[in-house]
Design a protein around this ligand. Structure first.
Ligand code: SF4
Length: 474
């Protein structure tokens, strides 16, 4: 999908980082958050600790615009945690920005969370009935209250106790005045990697954040693992939760993660190329060129072109300077929004049979505009190929998807979708093809993970959130 049309479609998860044992921990966290900006643009926050005190800054907006040099100067210490959150409307969202900081009997603690806890509302109601007062709408505060209520005599014990009753998805970075923790839920739905930067430890949602600061990737936090990083450089691992079958999110590989990241042991770029190659083998069509929807469809289009031996071309040119636009002419200029962002290369497309490749279709309205754009540029035929199976179910594990009634594939057969987007042909990658490309096909050599595929299959491995209770994803 068009990444600049995310709003109202599929929103990103959030991104978390941690730095332990670096003299400029907050600045390193700031840079790492830059690399994770694609995971959330609404708000950004950094907390830092110097062994005695923990300080935090939270702002609305993107990392580079929201956090100033003065902010970083006010965050001394060798430990830091950071968070980027996806876009929603409303000023009041600042109170939901993270890392969430709370005063506990263990001192100040900052919590940065990526994922959604499916039983958070139930636990919250129980806590409220017992007198807890909540200040935000985010599930993270449930974790804070559960830590506060724990009778454990250490933060390690209280954190494990607080997380044990939770269902759903969480990749967490937790910071105290003198230690940091990285935790991944027992199913490992969201990614979380560990890196080294000299003697310092780094924690990040994606490896592209490690690359930016020239940290080396050490390993992923295992599903169900809790790691404690001491300011003396120690790293202690424990598995304090009931073991579950890992279910990493397949959509991280399809769309969310940056192509230069390695998530769940797989290079995102090469996996998407494989999806494109497989798609070409499954749904070949005679054509003159293969064009990606930039940037989300690029690796799959390269794979499709390679496997089909049809030339790969950049038929749609993306403007890199599109921000929010407040002026939109009515009536006379159709599809202004898409045209502002993408322009077809008319001389390339004129008279050609064109295959457009994208990673997924959500509502179908953007695809329709793209097909129209390419046709108006003179294409003789427009074929649409999607490098994942139909998205038919909402996500409850940290990705804000539209409800089922707005997902076009949940409500229409293939030919009706083709007709709606006005393509000459339409095909999706099969589930088997996706599993082959991601190495998750049972019995395949690379099969070490059975992914969460719930938005494709409706089989939810970690429960669902009742719609009345649905909170913001983060
Ligand atoms: S439902 Fe889809 S987007 Fe959500 S965790 Fe599962 S695979 Fe990922």
């Amino acid at each position: 999908m068009l990444e600049f049309e995310r709003s109202g479609l599929i929103e990103e998860a959030c991104g978390v980082v941690g730095v332990v044992g670096h003299p400029e921990a907050a600045s390193i966290a700031y840079l790492a958050l830059h690399a994770l900006q694609h995971r959330g643009q609404e708000s950004v926050g950094i907390a830092a600790a110097d062994g005695l005190r923990l300080r935090a800054v939270r702002r609305m907006g993107k990392v580079s615009e929201a956090i100033s040099k003065d902010d970083l100067a006010g965050l001394p210490g060798r430990l830091a945690a950071g968070h980027v959150r996806y876009a929603t409307a409303g000023e009041s969202s600042l109170r939901n920005a993270q890392p969430l900081t709370v005063q506990l009997k263990f001192g100040s603690v900052a919590i940065a969370h990526n994922g959604n806890i499916t039983n958070a509302s139930t636990i919250r109601r129980e806590l409220e009935a017992r007198g807890s007062i909540f200040h935000t709408d985010v599930d993270t505060e449930v974790i804070a209250h559960l830590i506060a209520r724990s009778e454990a005599d250490s933060l390690d014990g209280a954190l494990a106790e607080a997380l044990r009753p939770l269902e759903g998805a969480y990749s967490l970075v937790v910071l105290s005045a003198d230690a940091a923790y990285a935790v991944r839920d027992p199913r490992g739905v969201r990614p979380l990697s560990i890196g080294r930067l000299g003697d310092a430890w780094m924690i990040a949602s994606e490896t592209c954040a490690l690359d930016l600061v020239r940290a080396s990737w050490e390993r992923d936090v295992e599903p169900g693992e809790m790691l404690r990083f001491g300011s003396d450089g120690t790293m202690l691992s424990s598995f304090p939760f009931e073991k579950r079958a890992p279910k990493p999110c397949i959509f991280e590989l399809i769309y969310f993660a940056r192509p230069d990241s390695v998530v769940f042991g797989r290079g995102v770029y090469e996996t998407r190329v494989k999806m494109g190659e497989r798609l070409a083998r499954e749904s070949a069509v005679e054509a003159d060129c293969v064009i990606p929807v930039p940037d989300s469809g690029v690796p799959a289009a390269i794979g499709f072109a390679r496997a089909s031996r049809i030339p790969y071309e950049l038929g749609l040119i993306r403007s890199h300077y599109v921000g929010r636009t407040f002026i939109e002419p009515t009536g006379s200029i159709r599809d202004f929004g898409v045209k502002l962002k993408l322009n077809p290369v008319r001389r390339l497309l004129e008279g050609k049979r064109v295959i457009i490749i994208d990673d997924s279709i959500v509502r179908g309205t953007t695809c329709k505009k793209l097909v129209t754009l390419v046709r108006e540029a003179g294409a003789a035929e427009v074929h649409f190929r999607v490098a994942s199976p139909p998205t038919m179910w909402p996500c409850y594990y940290g990705i804000d998807t539209p409800s089922r009634d707005q997902l076009i594939a949940a409500n229409h057969e293939l030919d009706a979708i083709r007709e709606f987007i006005q393509a000459d042909s339409l095909a999706y990658l099969s589930l088997e093809g996706l599993r082959d490309a991601t190495g998750s096909q049972p019995g395949s050599a690379a099969s070490d993970a059975s992914f969460c595929e719930a938005c494709l299959t409706g089989h939810y491995p970690a429960g669902i959130i009742e719609s009345a209770d649905r909170r913001e994803a983060y």
